[in-house]
Write a protein that binds this ligand. Structure first.
Ligand SMILES: [Zn+2]
Length: 287
């Protein structure tokens, strides 16, 4: 999760290794070409690795980015609601609220979800500690994930908690399975959407503030992050940035949340829907 305050932070936490070491080559292979541009012989990870990992072409991603540019919220036209104002929730409240929201949305999986809320380790830092970026750490099989978050109690923090809780649920379910970064972020963004729906349904006093926080985060994920990804597609040697995962994941999460049944949404949270299938749900994209 990134909030406005940490939008430019690098590298993105949430994964100790930005991309899975075992799934990417250390050197450029034959497929690492965008258009007719040449690429260097050795490096760490580049945009080409990121595309290969997700089995995407640069053209496909460009199509999605075009769609995103048409749907990006203009924050200046949104009502100014209190995204940064106190939610009145403590970190433990936000954690439980995130769990209840998912259990409400996916009642057939409620037991698993509530088990994650009980067993995952939640480390909460106050803003004075200087700990900023929230992250969720997958641990060995049989050990529940660890979530670390700086929680000042505003609506952005509540949203961040739902985001990390989504990661924790996915890690708990898929302890042994590699899930690519875009699919991981889709799970977290769907969890945020479920929280939005849940607090709206409850008429929670912070519902409008949480929605406002979500809109302001949209402007980052679908704005600056999308532009960064677009720029990287023009340079095959562009060094990998975790934030490239956000635009596609944010947009996919919004689309599937709007059009998919709950069972498919739950499969997406588990990372069990292929990214290529998820992209099919986007308007204007093609194979
Ligand atoms: Zn995340």
């Amino acid at each position: 999760m990134e909030s406005e305050a940490e939008a430019l932070a690098e590298p993105r936490l949430g994964q100790p290794n930005p991309v899975h070491e075992k799934t990417l080559p250390r050197r450029v292979g034959r497929n690492n070409v965008i258009g007719n541009k040449s690429i260097p012989k050795s490096y760490e990870y580049t945009i080409c690795d990121w595309l290969a990992l997700h089995r995407l072409s640069a053209e496909r991603v460009e199509d999605v980015l075009k769609e995103i540019s048409h749907h990006r919220p203009n924050v200046s036209t949104q009502p100014r609601q209190p995204a940064h104002e106190p939610s009145g929730l403590r970190a433990s409240d936000a954690w439980k609220l995130s769990a209840r929201a998912l259990a409400w949305k996916f009642p057939h999986a409620a037991e698993v979800i509530l088990d994650v809320s009980r067993t995952a380790e939640l480390l909460v830092a106050s803003p004075e500690t200087g700990v900023s970026k929230p992250f969720t750490l997958a641990r060995d099989k049989g050990t529940a994930p660890l979530v670390s978050i700086c929680f000042a109690g505003n609506c952005l923090d509540v949203l961040a908690m739902a985001h990390e809780f989504g990661h924790a649920v996915q890690y708990s379910i898929n302890a042994d399975v590699f899930v690519n970064p875009v699919q991981r972020e889709i799970a977290a963004f769907v969890s945020e959407r479920v929280l939005l729906e849940y607090v709206g349904m409850l008429g929670h006093p912070s519902a409008s503030g949480i929605r406002s926080a979500h809109i302001s985060d949209d402007a980052i994920y679908l704005g600056g992050d999308a532009q960064s990804l677009s720029l990287a597609l023009t340079n095959p040697a562009a060094p990998y940035r975790y934030r490239w995962n956000y635009p596609l994941a944010r947009y996919c999460a919004a689309r599937i949340f709007a059009i998919c049944q709950n069972d498919r949404l739950w499969n997406a949270i588990q990372g069990r829907v292929l990214l290529s299938d998820l992209l099919e749900t986007l308007p204007g994209t093609k194979n």
